[in-house]
Write a protein that binds this ligand. Structure first.
Ligand SMILES: Nc1ncnc2c1ncn2[C@@H]1O[C@H](COP(=O)(O)OP(=O)(O)OP(=O)(O)O)[C@@H](O)[C@H]1O
Length: 322
């Protein structure tokens, strides 16, 4: 790749003011409504969001497969097309056929020959743990095996940026575990990784940073712990028989109160304040626990009512899409 000072892996990735709408019989669909994302080299970033949040559209623009209606994409200081042509980007998308009637090894070898600085073919095979598949014809592979081959193809170019759209969808539990082990190994080489997922656990476990998308916008961006803190949800649980829920819900710092048998569950906007109010008012409270919200809870709260993208009458940013 080029060594011009404004290009190269050190310059990172930037998506600025990106917008994309599609036409549909019901009217325009604003798939991406103005997002700004800057990614530092070496980061592993999860794009997390419900169906229709705009993750695939964002990834397609990052890869230069879709032209944005507005905004710019810069990958290591280059346009996506140039970055891909230079071998700096590897991608594994949800769709896309692999060339048929070659063996797995032949296909990986052929793909490696197209790039300036590839991994060794054996290294790519070992890294993606597909030694058992190398002699197979590509048209004889199961869905999950094809997905592993796609992964090997994405890696063999030895890209500085690896982009994956829902990479583990067709994989069983074991393949998924191996896939993430490989990802960690690849990330530890200083590579930048961007992956889209529906799986909260995957984003939480494998990404340095989670970009939560809903309805074509970024609703939260940061480490998983920070996202949970953004929601500010903490729960106090205490054994408190015959408690008056209305009075509990009215305590400062409490947003609502519920019971589970003899226990009360207080959802809190500020658990410290709530605890300070709870104890003098209810000295009989026992077994008190304070816990942070799970990522699942944060996700649901932040994307609430945004499960599907709106089709609306606002045509203001459709002009460029026509
Ligand atoms: N080519 C297209 N034509 C019309 N609408 C489209 C097109 N591509 C995407 N959309 C719509 O844009 C919205 C965002 O879709 P996108 O695929 O980016 O979301 P996503 O977050 O990747 O969802 P999923 O998790 O279901 O893949 C959806 O409402 C989708 O139906």
């Amino acid at each position: 790749m080029t060594t011009h000072p404004d290009t190269g892996p050190a310059t990172g990735i930037s998506l600025a003011g990106l917008r994309k709408s599609f036409k549909s019989p019901q009217g325009p669909v604003h798939a991406v409504r103005g997002i700004d994302i800057a990614i530092t080299p070496g980061e592993t970033v999860a794009l997390l969001g419900p169906n229709g949040a705009g993750k695939s559209t964002t990834i397609d623009m990052l890869l230069g497969l879709l032209p944005p209606d507005a905004g710019t994409v810069s990958v290591f200081g280059m346009t996506p097309d140039r970055a891909i042509a230079s071998g700096a980007v590897g991608a594994m998308l949800q769709v896309g056929a692999v060339i048929q009637d070659l063996s797995v090894r032949e296909l990986i070898t052929m793909m490696a020959s197209l790039y300036p600085n590839p991994l060794g073919v054996d290294e790519a095979i070992e890294l993606t743990r597909i030694q058992d598949l190398v002699g197979r014809r590509t048209n004889r592979l199961s869905g999950g095996q094809t997905q592993r081959l796609r992964f090997a193809i994405a890696l063999v170019s030895n890209p500085d940026l690896l982009v994956l759209d829902e990479p583990t969808v067709a994989m069983d539990v074991e393949a998924r575990r191996e896939f993430w082990a490989t990802m960690r190994e690849f990330a530890s080489r200083g590579k930048t990784i961007v992956f889209a997922t529906h799986y909260l656990e995957e984003a939480d476990a494998y990404a340095d940073r989670i970009i939560l998308m809903a309805r074509g916008t970024v609703v939260a961006d940061g480490p998983a712990t920070e996202i949970k803190a953004t929601v500010g949800l903490r729960t106090i649980r205490a054994t408190l028989p015959d408690a008056d829920l209305t009075a509990l819900a009215a305590l400062p710092g409490v947003t609502n109160a519920d019971t589970r048998g003899e226990a009360v569950i207080l959802n809190c906007s500020d658990s410290d304040t709530a605890l300070r109010a709870l104890l003098p008012a209810y000295p009989q409270a026992r077994d008190i626990e304070v816990s942070g919200a799970g990522l699942e809870e944060a996700f649901l709260q932040l994307t609430a009512d945004n499960g599907d993208i709106a089709v609306d009458d606002d045509t203001s940013d459709m002009e460029d899409a026509r």
